[in-house]
Design a protein around this ligand. Sequence first.
Ligand SMILES: NC(=O)CC[C@H](N)C(=O)O
Length: 260
Amino acid sequence: MPEPLLQTPPAPGTGRTLRVCALYPDLMNIYADRGNLLLLQRRCAWRGIGFELTGAGLGDAVDPDAHDLFYMGGGQDRDQALCAQDLVDTKREAIHAAAARGAVVLAVCGGYQLLGHSYELGDDLLPGVGLLDLKTVRHDGKRLIGNVAIEVELPGLDGPRVVAGFENHGGRTHLADGQPALGRVLKGHGNTGESGTEGAMSPTGTVIGTYIHGPLLPKNAWLADWLTQRALGLEEPLAPLDDAMESAAHASAKAAAGLS
Ligand SMILES: NC(=O)CC[C@H](N)C(=O)O
């Protein structure tokens, strides 16, 4: 097992630790998506929950039972091409096994595209791990860029919520019939610019792919808490924190997308 990239111990007597595996933390980290990991770490530390971040790069095997949450950030087409076959060859089985036992898998943009079946890039076809039933095709037309806000309904939450952030992708992602989207586009482009859907998730909500950067979690701290609760297998929501700054960041991301 490689040395953790980041580690904070649990508060004495609590014993709980969120164990995170970042897939390709160097190659798949466009738009500072690493901020998603730092936010998870800070919110665990503030609550006395331990945090352990392990990286899995090219050629590294992954232990499906050693992590509660798998994370893959966005990437340029070139970097995705480096990772795609490696992901299938050295990590696909472990990620499927982890997801099947309820581990959380969160993937952003380029990472999201690699959770599907394939990413078609002109004459090249990058393979995906097939954890979500979708395909992505690189479009010759304009990139889908801008602030975005979507409405999501996640299991265990009392009503719809808004996820807000920023998107920048050339790929158009097509969901298979029956594949749930993560949310409905309120402002912005989403999966194709036309479908009205954004992202994708498994029926339990524990496997999530989205085009939303920002980074995603600092602008949507409530989502980080929901994912952490799921990853730790907790029945009850996490204890609240003073989220004045996080709420302001969320409001400002919504406003930037044109929502009041
Ligand atoms: N922002 C990203 O991660 C980009 C993903 C992919 N390279 C695309 O352009 O569609």
